[in-house]
Design a protein around this ligand. Sequence first.
Ligand code: B16
Ligand code: MG
Length: 227
Amino acid sequence: MKPDAVIFDLDGVITDTAHLHFIAWRQVASEIGITIDESFNQQLKGISRMDSLERILVYGGKRTQFSAAEKAALAARKNACYVEALRTLTPHAVLPGITSLLAALRQEGVATGLASVSLNAPTILRALKLASQFDFCADAARLTHSKPDPEIFLAACSGLGVAPECCIGIEDAQAGIDAINACKMTAVGIGAGLQGAQLRLDDTAQLTWSRLHAFWNQQRRAATRCQ
Ligand code: B16
Ligand code: MG
């Protein structure tokens, strides 16, 4: 038994851009008198750009102080800082185990998808030289809801032509694990403190095809719906 597809989050699973997001948000937040730290930044993982800004404004007690146009300008400014930082990204920034897992999935005939809410995902995949390694990348620009809504994972399943319950989703953020569970995929969590992941691994170096395959078989031994 094999899953029909494995669908990956980007930031925190394929590469670690969370720190670059943090530096850009910290800069913009400080310009409007709000101080954020790495611990607060954990709450922004997997959350869209505008939803991240809203969380920062609430955190800083300034939720009602900016017009829609001013918020759009703040988000654009953050993105400009972030895109500038992305220029440093090279294939060396692919997290351990990911390149060999993608190759193994292709060899095994298991489809691969990307479910990132980042509008910069295509740029990041190109910088990492991984763009051709995914069978389908869901388009964050078409989303109406950020994670933990399942929309992005459902879009990836639909693009791949697979049923969610026959797929594994891999995430490093609680919002992402919740999104995977909400569409009845099987959740693999990377990192500490994640609730609801059916398999939790400390880091991506542990993310091998043999590990995923054994886990899938263990989960599905009694089931007859998938292969
Ligand atoms: P952008 P993921 C998410 O990526 C990040 O975790 C989150 O911090 C960021 O705000 C979001 O993308 C939007 O990114 O501003 O580039 O559109 O984890 O879904 O791959
Ligand atoms: Mg992530």
